[in-house]
Design a protein around this ligand. Structure first.
Ligand code: BG6
Length: 275
């Protein structure tokens, strides 16, 4: 049931139909084979140089969502090398691995705080749970925003809808951060979309056109919906011009306000995907 522990990534195989792959670079989960089908988008042009963020999968955004005055956009967690904290093991009907990232000279040079991130990936039959735990291991408080930047694989963006957003406030990044209210029953994508929905339901439905994926989230109050559409796709060197048709990012996050963590405190944020 456990698979190899290669240099750059780790694979978990619960059975032949349910598998995941996670790169140590960014702890980016790049593949989730669920009931024998890939559910996660990974760009064929993604660069795997252990420097640039992987384009696709589930990059981990920490300690800052979006442009950051202290460092790279979306923080450093997605471009650091993580280590295994607890090797893959069977727990009941699931397979779990725990990865970890701690502060080092490079992170402290940008953001002078002591922390540990623990990332538990729990693979079940037709389910994938990712639990991100932030711990303050220093003697001073810090604040952060965090998000699981999940790229879902779809066959045709024109058939995709994301449900459970009606009546919610959102910030429209495509319209210079305008505050809007969602009026639609379901979000569909026919243009560049980059929105931060605040205080979304804990259960969201992603209708890929073929099936409905359920995203259950805990302590991740906000949801970013992103699709670069035609022009932005052309501008991204690690993304195919046509890739916008094959993906949608639905990103569960804690981004509307900064979370403050005092010394010795920790906070867990969890996402569970199911078909
Ligand atoms: C989304 C942001 O979360 O990530 C977008 O809301 C951004 O504004 C997108 O373009 C991709 O970011 P990056 O840094 O991976 O190109």
């Amino acid at each position: 049931t456990l698979k190899d522990n290669m240099e750059n990534k780790i694979s978990l195989e619960l059975d032949t139909q349910n598998r995941v792959e996670i790169y140590f670079h960014g702890a980016t989960l790049t593949s989730w084979i669920c009931d024998n089908e890939e559910k996660i988008f990974l760009s064929s042009k993604s660069v795997f140089d252990n420097k640039k963020a992987i384009r696709g999968g589930i990059p981990i955004v920490f300690p800052n969502f979006g442009p950051w005055e202290k460092g790279p956009q979306h923080g450093f967690a997605r471009i650091k090398k993580w280590t295994i904290k607890d090797s893959p093991r069977k727990i009941d009907d699931t397979l779990r691995v725990v990865l970890s990232l701690k502060d080092d000279e490079e992170t402290r040079a940008l953001w002078n705080h002591k922390f540990e991130l623990e990332y538990q990936v729990i693979l079940g039959v037709k389910s994938l749970k990712t639990n991100l735990i932030v711990k303050n291991t220093g003697s001073e408080e810090f604040d952060f925003t965090a998000l699981l930047h999940t790229y879902f694989k779809v066959d045709d963006i024109g058939k995709v809808s994301v449900e459970n957003f009606k009546g919610l406030n959102y910030i429209d990044k495509v319209k210079n951060g305008a505050n809007e209210i969602e009026k639609r029953e379901a979000i569909t994508i026919d243009q560049e979309t980059d929105r931060i929905y605040a205080s979304t339901q804990n259960t969201l439905f992603i209708n890929t056109g073929n099936e409905i994926l359920t995203l259950d989230k805990n302590n991740l109050p906000d949801t970013v919906v992103w699709n670069p559409w035609i022009e932005k796709s052309k501008q991204m060197s690690d993304f195919d011009d046509e890739d916008f048709k094959r993906m949608i990012c639905v990103e569960a996050g804690k981004v509307s306000s900064r979370t403050i963590l005092k010394p010795d405190e920790q906070v867990a944020m969890t996402q569970t995907l199911k078909i």
